[in-house]
Design a protein. Structure first.
Length: 86
């Protein structure tokens, strides 16, 4: 099964690549430019009013427009499917 990957554009226009190449345990990598942040957990919170959401990645967090939320949900479904198939 291919590595789950999603590309998200933050509120400030930065492009992020979120991937989870490990199947035996969850480890996500958030890449923007030459910066890579890794985490074994992520969570998101939809902002009041539903205009955006915040992605928390360990101690870092990034704001995204609500239009990016379906991509994040699809990514998480891919991660779950990969774990189930392993």
């Amino acid at each position: 099964m291919p590595t789950p990957v999603v590309y998200l554009t933050a509120d400030n226009g930065l492009e992020f690549r979120l991937s989870s190449p490990r199947i035996d345990f969850f480890m996500a990598f958030l890449v923007v430019g030459s910066l890579t942040i890794s985490s074994n957990s992520i969570h998101h919170v939809i902002d009041a009013g539903g205009k955006g959401f915040t992605l928390y990645f360990d101690q870092a967090f990034f704001g995204f427009p609500i239009s990016e939320l379906p991509k994040l949900k699809e990514f998480l479904q891919q991660v779950n499917a990969a774990k189930a198939a392993a």
